[in-house]
Design a protein around this ligand. Structure first.
Ligand SMILES: *Cc1c(COP(=O)(O)O)cnc(C)c1O
Length: 427
């Protein structure tokens, strides 16, 4: 008797499960930009594990050193004791990422998920400044543990905490009031004004593209302005590059073009390159004032993830070939999305995002993006929605996708949008 995968999960797993409802098939194999269900049916993956799989599924160049490592009985779990794999990752990250960019950070390994990296960031900025409050932005997403939820915008997710979320305050993100209104002036004025009712915060936490919050992208001028405000008011700046980092927007860090120097940077998702859990909190040496063990955890740095992470850096970040390819494909995606917006005016589409993290917000019908995702799934594509109303169709293909698969995916989206408009009575 073969196990009924969907039935077994339905019977035993908590109802909290989520993506399985959007993509209700039993998956088994995966390679490159495709995943396969148990019937062997292939799906083009334009979600890439929410940007965990920037280098594709089961990348053979990363799988090989991983298998070699396990095969030779090298150490897998070592808490945060010294291991060769740990040192080799740190050396490669410094040599290939930090030094060439003139960035000076100490690497902290929090627990292995993104929200662990954010919790560590929130703790250290409070410890350094002695202040409590952290400013976040409208539609921000920083994770599901309570510290991260306190700086997350989404009301539904915030409610899950079950008690009031405190020591945070939400400010309007870039473009929140439309392109005419500068939210920088608003934030700056509130911080200047002794009557504003805003206590001086420890830090601001910001994303350069709001991956979960609807793909709003800030301009590099806005980002520079945020850094200036932080410096002027003696506030630390946390840049959450968990989804946008590792080349998703083109450069390794999504903030490079702005030339800013955030005090804390969080990375996770694609840092291991292979889909193994791993997260980093980068802190400036002068802020690295932890007591040993003050932020501890069992899985802080996993040797298997170090092995694939180091190899991914060597493979993809020894030169700028991947960045240039990402920027080229990003332009093609931008152009294709604009063509869809023009082709289907009834959808009321607006372009969102940057780099290979783009999408369309449909203003005509809040259900349209989800319907496109459903229809695309029937046509063999995994593609997610984003935003508090799930009204943004979000394209996150692996960065290594080739032109033929990219075009195939864009064609499925075109067809799915046409069909979804019919289904929703808009065409
Ligand atoms: C995914 C994400 C997180 C949380 O990461 P988890 O691994 O789910 O805890 C935090 N910030 C951003 C910007 C993210 O995209």
């Amino acid at each position: 008797m073969t196990l009924d995968v969907m039935e077994t999960i339905e019977q035993h797993e908590s109802v909290v499960r989520s993506y399985i409802r959007t993509f209700p098939k039993p998956f088994d194999k995966a390679q490159g930009v495709r995943v396969y269900d148990t019937d062997g049916y292939a799906y083009l993956d334009f979600f890439a594990g929410a940007s965990v799989l920037n280098y594709g599924h089961n990348n053979p160049e990363l799988k090989k050193p991983l298998l070699d490592y396990i095969q030779s009985d090298r150490i897998v779990h070592s808490l945060d004791m010294a291991s060769v794999a740990r040192a080799e990752f740190l050396e490669a990250f410094n040599r290939l990422i930090l030094e060439p960019r003139g960035l000076h950070y100490r690497v902290q390994f929090p627990g292995p998920t993104g929200t662990n990296a954010v919790e560590a960031a929130l703790k250290i900025v409070r410890k350094v400044t002695g202040r409590h409050k952290v400013l976040s932005f409208t539609n921000a997403f920083h994770g599901m543990t309570v510290g991260s939820l306190a700086v997350t915008g989404n009301a539904f997710k915030r409610r899950g905490a079950g008690f009031p979320l405190t020591y945070s305050e939400s400010m309007p993100y870039c473009g929140y009031f439309g392109p005419e209104v500068s939210t920088l002036e608003y934030v700056d004025k509130l911080l200047d004004d002794k009557g504003s009712g805003i206590d001086q915060p420890a830090a601001m936490i910001v994303e350069t593209v709001q991956g979960e919050g609807g793909l709003a992208a800030c301009t590099m001028d806005w980002l520079k302005g945020i850094e200036e405000i932080c410096r002027r008011h003696d506030i630390l700046l946390i840049l959450d590059d968990i989804q946008t980092g590792n080349g998703r927007t083109g450069p390794y860090f999504s903030f490079e073009e702005a030339g800013i120097s955030p005090d804390v940077v969080t990375l996770s998702k694609s840092i291991s390159g292979f889909g193994l859990p791993m997260a980093l909190t980068l802190v400036k040496p002068e802020h690295d004032i932890w007591e040993p063990g003050e932020h501890n955890g069992t899985f802080r740095g996993h040797n298997l993830a170090f092995v694939t992470a180091k190899r991914a850096l060597e493979l993809y970040w020894s030169d700028d070939a991947l960045q240039r390819e990402t920027e080229r494909k990003a332009e093609r995606i931008h152009q294709a999305l604009q063509a869809l917006i023009d082709k289907y005016p009834a959808a009321g589409g607006e372009h969102r995002g940057r780099g290979m993290m783009r999408g369309i917000r449909f203003t005509a019908d809040k259900e349209l993006a989800s319907t496109v995702s459903d229809v695309a799934f029937e046509h063999g594509m995994i593609i997610e929605t984003s935003g508090p109303d799930d009204d943004v169709l979000k394209l996150l293909p692996p960065l290594i996708i080739d032109d033929a698969d990219l075009e195939a995916g864009l064609a499925i989206i075109d067809r799915a949008l046409g069909e979804a408009l019919h289904k929703r009575g808009l065409a």
